[in-house]
Design a protein. Sequence first.
Length: 145
Amino acid sequence: MPLRLSAALVPLIFAGAAFALPGTQSTDVMKRLRLMTQIRDTSTTLGSMARGETTFDADHAGRLASKLRADVAAIPIHFEFQVIDAGSRARPLIWADWSGFEEAAARTEAAAAALRTDTPEQLGAGIKVLEQSCQNCHRRYRLAD
Ligand code: HEC
C-alpha cells in the first residue's frame, strides 16, 4: 500500500453524527463513514437540483461540485489503515486488492471532475455517471445491505 497522508490528520467533528452507526468505536471507521455520508449528501442535493425537485442554481451547484471533488479525492487516505469494527461494512478485499480499490476511487474522481453544472440536464447526466461509479466500488468492496 503506498504511503499517504495519514487519515489521523483529517479532523473529526463530532456533530449530529448520522455516521456513528451502532457498533462503530473506531475513529478511523467514523472518519470514513463521515466522509462517505458527506459525499452522499452533496450528490443527493445536486441530484435533486438536476431533477427540478429543488430550484436549480448554477453557482450553488458549482460550489457543491467543488466540494464533492475534494471529498472524493480524500477517499483513499480514509481507508489507509485496515480497520473494521462492528459498525463497518468495509470488506477486507479493500486491503488485499488495494490497487483495484484505488482504481475504483480514481474512476469516481474522474466522474466528479467531469461534472458540468451550467444546466440541470448537464448536471443530471454527470450525476448518473458519478452514482454508477459509487455503486461500482460498493458492490466490490462494501458488504451488501
Ligand atoms: C473506492 C471505493 C468507494 C467509492 C468510489 C465510494 N464509496 Fe462509499 N463506501 C465505500 C466503502 C468501502 C464503504 C463502507 C465503509 C465502512 O463501513 O467502513 C462506503 C460507505 C458509504 C456510505 C456509508 C453508509 C453505508 O451505507 O455503508 C455512504 C452513504 C456512501 N459510501 C456513499 C457513497 C457515494 C454517494 C459515493 C459516490 C459519489 C461513494 N460512496 C463512493 C467505498 C466507496
